[in-house]
Design a protein around this ligand. Structure first.
Ligand SMILES: [Cu+2]
Length: 219
């Protein structure tokens, strides 16, 4: 009799254990107010910067009528109302991606964010393309890759194809962080990979810098 009870107790314990583990979501502590403060703390009390995907209980303490706590990200859009003061618990499932939390009326200063799962890869750098041409006639141009007049150029990485088709002129690019030239007597096509800064990019022939010249704005 006693022996059977022990076995049943043991069975009960093993059956309960997984169920209990499932029911226990990791708790996060969110708070906003009473001053201009907003935060989200993990189980250890540190500010949340990165979490594993999964289901969490977020205990939100909204301590001011002037502020709200608004959490947004993949699959989640939860907020307390502005006038609400008190504590509420949200059970949310967080997926890979970036989540932000703000006080909506003061989103410029009262905000934070964290990443769930892997950090999304940074977007590849945008490389702008230009084509500089001098010759064969006495003319120098700087164009887009499609032949158009360059507009809205932004500081950053550029690929510049330089076509020097004249033995009397060269291509000289100066300003906006660079100073490069081809040889006056030489001809040929080269490609320069450069980083241009905000400013005026001038292009001209050193053989005739007043006549064969132009410029574009960067930034
Ligand atoms: Cu606020």
């Amino acid at each position: 009799m006693r022996f059977r009870t022990l076995i049943l107790l043991a069975l009960g314990a093993t059956l309960l254990a997984p169920g209990e583990a499932l029911a226990q979501n990791t708790k996060l502590q969110a708070s906003v107010g009473p001053g201009f403060s907003i935060r989200l703390l993990g189980p250890g009390g540190a500010a949340v910067t990165r979490l594993a995907p999964g289901t969490y209980d977020i205990v939100v303490r909204d301590l001011s009528e002037e502020h709200n706590f608004h959490l947004r990200g993949p699959g989640v859009d939860e907020t307390t109302s502005l006038e609400f003061v008190g504590t509420v618990t949200w059970t949310v499932t967080l997926r890979d991606g970036r989540y932000t939390f703000v006080c909506d009326p003061h989103s410029d200063s009262m905000q934070g964010s964290f990443v769930v799962g892997e950090e999304p890869p940074p977007p590849p750098p945008v490389v702008q393309k230009l084509v500089a041409t001098v010759g064969p006639r006495a003319a120098i141009t700087l164009r887009n890759a499609n032949g158009g007049v360059p507009r809205n150029l932004k500081p950053g990485l550029f690929t510049i194809v330089v076509r020097d088709r004249s033995k009397l002129h060269n291509v000289h690019l100066a300003g906006a962080g660079i100073n490069r030239r081809t040889r006056i007597a030489g001809t040929g096509t080269v490609t320069w990979k450069v980083r241009l800064t905000r400013g005026t990019l001038r292009f001209y022939s050193d053989a005739s810098p007043r006549r064969l010249r132009g410029s574009v704005r960067i930034g």
